[in-house]
Design a protein around this ligand. Structure first.
Ligand SMILES: Nc1ncnc2c1ncn2[C@@H]1O[C@H](COP(=O)(O)OP(=O)(O)OP(=O)(O)O)[C@@H](O)[C@H]1O
Ligand SMILES: O=P(O)(O)OC[C@H]1O[C@H](OP(=O)(O)OP(=O)(O)O)[C@H](O)[C@@H]1O
Ligand SMILES: O=C(O)c1cccnc1
Ligand SMILES: [Mg+2]
Length: 560
C-alpha cells in the first residue's frame, strides 16, 4: 500500500522568503560527507556495467537505546534536503580525481558529475513517530549506485537526531508534563554541529527551550537563560555598582535607588527568614541588584554562589521585593549545586513565608530552576523525594547522551533488480528481512498500539475488524491473531522524481507528533525500569518467504 500516484512536488519550507531552507541546518551535509568506500564501490559497480541495476535498501535499528523499548524517529527533513541538494561540484570531482587511484577512468567522473537523486524514491515513517527495532524507518529505492552512495550520510543524519530526540523524550516522560525543561548543553556537546543538533532534536523530543542562540535563530526555538557564577563573583561590594543603582518606578515614573531599597529590605526579611544579614554576601547582593536593574522584567537569580540558605535566598528576596516596590515581578531563582530536592523545598518555604507576610500570593509561585549534572535518573530520584523544582536546565547528560552515545541504525540491501536479498548471520538479530516491505501499526480495543506488522509490499494491507496472523520474525512458535480496531500504514512516499512529495511538518508539529505518538504506546513500554518490549511482527507470507530464502541461502555443511 504505497502512497504513489502523481502528487505534485512540495517545496521544502522557506524562511522569511529569503530563499533559505527554514532549518537548513548544516552546510557541511553534502555528497562528500560520506565514507570513501561508497565512492570506491560506485566505481566498481560502474566499471562492471551495473549502472542500470536497481536496488532497495532498508534503514533500521536493531535495538532501542537507553535500555528502553522505544525510539523516536528524527532527522527525516534533513535527509530530504540532502537528497534535494545531492550533486558533486567541480571541486568535489577534482578532489576525487586527485584522491582516487590514477587507474580510475575519466568517464566515471563524467558520470559522477551528472549524478543526482532524481531517480531515488524514499518511503519513510513520519518524523517524530515512536518506532521500534527492525521496522525500517526509511525504504530507499532506485539505481544501485546512487542508493548505495546515500548510506553513510542518511545514517549520520538519522542516528544522532533520533538518539537525541529519544533521550529528550525520555527526560520529558521522567519530568512529567508540567515541569519546564531547558537544554543548556552547547558547551559540552560533541562540537558545534553536535550542539546545534542537540538543541534542535531536544526541542523536538519535548524540551521547551535552549540556551543556544544560533539554534534559536535557525529553528525558531525559544531561547532562555540566566547568568553564570562569574557574574555574581565579579562583584565584591556595593562600590562595584559605580553608582549605577537607579531604576524607574513603573508606578510613579520616578527613578528609585535599588541599593537603598534592597539593603532596607534585607533587615525585615532576615528577621522573617531567621538569617543573619551579615552572613549574606555583599558582593552577591550587589550582583543581583545590578542584574535586576538590567532586566527588571525578567529577573532570575543564581543563588548558590556562596550559600543558598544563608545568602542567596535572602539576597534574592531583598531584590525581588525592591523590584516589587517599583512595580516589577521577579521570575525566580536557579540552584546549581547541592541537594536540589532539599534546597528547592527550602526555597519554596522561604517564598511562602514572604508571600504570607506581605500578602503577595505570586511570591509563592516564583520559579525554581535546578541545574548541575542532571540526568534521567536524577529527575526520577528527585520526583521520589518530593521537590519544588519548576524547571530543569540540562546540559552534559542530555546532549552527549552519556548513557548511550550512539544509536545503531544500519542501511541494508534487501532487493536487487527485483530479487530479494537476505544477509545471513550467526547472530539471528543481524539477519536482514529480505524484499520490499510495508509496515502497519495495529491498534487494539483500548486505543493503544498493539503491534507493528511488516508485510511483503504486494500483500494487501490489514483491515480494521479482520483477524490477521502476526508472527515473530524468527521464533516459529511465537504468533498471535490480532483484530485491529485501527490500522495505521506507517510509510508515506516522501521523495520521488526529484522532489519532496509530502507537505513537511514544522518543527513544532514534529514536536507535537512526538507527544501524540508516545500517547498511543502503553505505559509499561515507556517505563524507565525493565520496560515491556513492544511487539514487532511479520505476516505469515513474509515469515515463510524469509525462512524459505534463509534455507535457500544457508550453505549445507558436511560432517566428516
Ligand atoms: N536530591 C538529590 N537527589 C539525587 N541527586 C541529586 C540531588 N541533588 C543533587 N543531585 C545530583 O547530585 C550531584 C551533586 O553533585 P556534586 O556531588 O558534585 O556536588 P555539587 O553540588 O555539584 O557540589 P559543588 O558544585 O559545590 O562541588 C549532581 O549530579 C546533582 O544533579
Ligand atoms: O550541569 P549540566 O547538565 O552540564 O548543565 C549546565 C551546566 O553548565 C553550567 O555550568 P558549568 O558546568 O560550565 O560549570 P559548573 O559545573 O562549575 O557550574 C551551568 O551552571 C550548569 O551547571
Ligand atoms: O543560562 C544559563 O544559566 C546557562 C546556560 C548554559 C549553561 N549554563 C547555564
Ligand atoms: Mg557543571
Amino acid at each position: 500500500m504505497d502512497v504513489t500516484g502523481d502528487s505534485p512536488p512540495v517545496a521544502i519550507r522557506q524562511a522569511n522568503g529569503e530563499g533559505k531552507c527554514f532549518n537548513n541546518h548544516n552546510g557541511i551535509v553534502q555528497p562528500l560527507l560520506t565514507d570513501l568506500y561508497q565512492i570506491t564501490m560506485a566505481y566498481a559497480y560502474w566499471k562492471s556495467g551495473r549502472i542500470k541495476d536497481v536496488a532497495v535498501f532498508d534503514l533500521f535499528f536493531r535495538q532501542n537505546p537507553f535500555q528502553g523499548e522505544f525510539t523516536i524517529f528524527a532527522g527525516l527533513e534533513e535527509c530530504l534536503k540532502y537528497l534535494q541538494n545531492f550533486h558533486y561540484s567541480d571541486s568535489d570531482i577534482n578532489y576525487l580525481r586527485q584522491t582516487l587511484p590514477p587507474s580510475i577512468e575519466e568517464e566515471f567522473f563524467v558520470f559522477l558529475r551528472k549524478l543526482n537523486a532524481d531517480q531515488v524514491t524514499v518511503y519513510a515513517i513520519e518524523e517524530g513517530s515512536v518506532t521500534f527495532p527492525r521496522v525500517p524507518l526509511m525504504r530507499v529505492e532506485g539505481p544501485l549506485i546512487i542508493v548505495q552512495i546515500l548510506e553513510t550520510t542518511l545514517l549520520t543524519l538519522v542516528n544522532y537526531a533520533s538518539l537525541m530526540a529519544t533521550n529528550a523524550a525520555r527526560y520529558r516522560l521522567a519530568a512529567g508534563k508540567k515541569v519546564r525543561l531547558l537544554e543548556f548543553g552547547l558547551r559540552r556537546a560533541q562540537g558545534p554541529d553536535g550542539g546545534l543538533s542537540a538543541s534542535k532534536y531536544s526541542y523536538i523530543g519535548g524540551f521547551d527551550g535552549t540556551s543556544n542562540v544560533l539554534a534559536g535563530k535557525m529553528f525558531n526555538i525559544p531561547v532562555k537563560g540566566t547568568h553564570a557564577h562569574a557574574y555574581i563573583s565579579s562583584f565584591s561590594n556595593f562600590g562595584d555598582l559605580q553608582s549605577k543603582q537607579m531604576l524607574l518606578d513603573k508606578k510613579t515614573g520616578q527613578e528609585q535607588d535599588m541599593l537603598v531599597l534592597a539593603t532596607r529590605w534585607r533587615e525585615p526579611l532576615s528577621e522573617l527568614l531567621d538569617i543573619m544579614p551579615d552572613e549574606a554576601s555583599e558582593g552577591e547582593l550587589t550582583a543581583l541588584i545590578s542584574f535586576a536593574i538590567a532586566f527588571p522584567e525578567g529577573f532570575i537569580a543564581l543563588v548558590d554562589t556562596y550559600d543558598v540558605k544563608r545568602s542567596g535566598l535572602l539576597n534574592f528576596c531583598a531584590v525581588a521585593m525592591s523590584l516589587h516596590d517599583l512595580g516589577y515581578r521577579a521570575i525566580g531563582i536557579r540552584i546549581d549545586s547541592g541537594d536540589l530536592a532539599y534546597l528547592s523545598n527550602k526555597a519554596r518555604e522561604v517564598f511562602n513565608k514572604v508571600a504570607e507576610k506581605y500578602d503577595l500570593p505570586w511570591f509563592s509561585t516564583l520559579q525554581i530552576m535546578a541545574s548541575n549534572d542532571i540526568n534521567e535518573e536524577t529527575i526520577l530520584s528527585l520526583n521520589e523525594q518530593n521537590h519544588q523544582i519548576d524547571c530543569f536546565a540540562i546540559g552534559t547528560h542530555l546532549v552527549t547522551c552519556q548513557r548511550q552515545p550512539a544509536l545503531g541504525c544500519v542501511y541494508k540491501l534487501v532487493e536487487i533488480n527485483g530479487t530479494p536479498r537476505i544477509k545471513l548471520s550467526q547472530d539471528v538479530v543481524k539477519v536482514t528481512m529480505p524484499g520490499r516491505k510495508n509496515a502497519f501499526r495495529l491498534y487494539g480495543a483500548d486505543g493503544h498500539a498493539l503491534i507493528d506488522l511488516l508485510q511483503k509490499s504486494e500483500e494487501s494491507p490489514p483491515e480494521v475488524g479482520v483477524r490477521v496472523l502476526c508472527r515473530h520474525p524468527f521464533q516459529e512458535s511465537k504468533r498471535a491473531y490480532v483484530i485491529p480496531t485501527r490500522v495505521e500504514p506507517l510509510y508515506k512516499e516522501y521523495w520521488s522524481r526529484g522532489a519532496v512529495r509530502v507537505q513537511l511538518p514544522t518543527l513544532d508539529e514534529i514536536r507535537q507528533r512526538v507527544q501524540s505518538s508516545l500517547q498511543t504506546i502503553r505505559q509499561d513500554i515507556k517505563r524507565n525500569l525493565n520496560p515491556t518490549p513492544y511487539k514487532v511482527s511479520v505476516s505469515d507470507d513474509l515469515y515463510n518467504f524469509i525462512h524459505g530464502l534463509w534455507l535457500a541461502n544457508a550453505p549445507i555443511g558436511e560432517l566428516s
